[in-house]
Design a protein around this ligand. Structure first.
Ligand code: IPE
Ligand code: IPE
Ligand code: MG
Length: 246
């Protein structure tokens, strides 16, 4: 039987987040430069975006570049930025055709001007699309996001816009880059690493984690289905007992 047929369309993660890892190792395995791995990674990006939308996932967030990734060799950073700009240009029709809205989170001002321009352009052109919101995490770091939120909230307290007592989960949420998105339900990380690497720390409080050894350039639609099937077999208790859930 087709894996797709075993997926319960009424129990999909509302927000799927992916740490796309292993491009460098994929290239090294073939005796190629890391840049080839990043280039090949875009093939998986395209396939996973299309299959997520087709499946009915409403929010897909992809970790594409972290605040810490700025510390990589300049040549690699430049290559990644070039790949991003080209992909945005090339994939606008795919987003349009599939009714996907683009969103970006992170310290976008640190991105090269040409990347910012391309991002703004695609975000503007896809803003009325409704099937799925695709969020790219670029120059993203969860600690920086939370620090920014604390600064903004502190400023509002100082100026008597909100009282200290009013600060709660939802106020903090409103000040994060992800204020328009629900919490993450399923977090996938490829390449066999079992860590979060400063991704969506607040938003994954009750996420289900799925780790796979597969390197990102080898990750396919079928692998996505496997992750979702694993997610659907789990009981999410949110602190309650199993009896309370049933
Ligand atoms: C993920 O692949 C892409 C980015 C972090 C930008 P890596 O480049 O981290 O690949 P590995 O982990 O070195 O194999
Ligand atoms: C996390 O991958 C960031 C992205 C996938 C964009 P890294 O490869 O940078 O993470 P670490 O350094 O191995 O934790
Ligand atoms: Mg990596």
């Amino acid at each position: 039987m087709d894996l797709l047929d075993t997926i319960d369309k009424n129990n999909l993660p509302k927000h799927l987040a992916i740490i796309m890892d292993g491009n460098g190792r994929w290239a090294k395995k073939q005796g190629l430069l890391r840049a080839f791995g990043h280039e090949r990674g875009t093939k998986s990006v395209k396939e996973i975006i299309k299959s997520s939308a087709k499946l009915g996932i409403e929010n897909l967030t992809l970790y594409a570049f972290s605040t810490e990734n700025w510390n990589r060799p300049k040549l690699e950073v430049d290559t990644l930025m070039k790949i991003l700009i080209n992909s945005l240009k090339k994939e606008l029709p795919t987003l349009e055709k599939n009714n996907i809205k683009l969103n970006a989170i992170g310290n976008l001002e640190k991105m090269p001007k040409s990347a910012q321009k391309e991002l703004i352009d695609v975000i503007e052109k896809t803003k009325n699309n409704t099937r799925m919101t695709l969020t790219l995490a670029l120059s993203y770091g969860a600690r920086e996001e939370i620090t920014n939120a604390i600064k903004q909230i502190s400023d509002k307290v100082k100026n008597n816009i909100i009282s200290i007592d009013a600060i709660d989960d939802s106020i903090i949420n409103e000040h994060l880059y992800t204020h328009n998105l629900p919490d993450v339900d399923l977090l996938i990380r490829t390449s066999g690493e079992h860590r979060v690497s400063n991704f969506l720390l607040w938003q994954i409080a009750y996420a289900e984690f799925y780790f796979t050894e597969i390197l990102w350039p080898d990750f396919t639609e079928q692998n996505l289905y496997e992750a979702i099937i694993s997610y659907q077999k789990r009981e999410r208790r949110f602190g309650k007992t199993s009896e309370q859930i049933k």
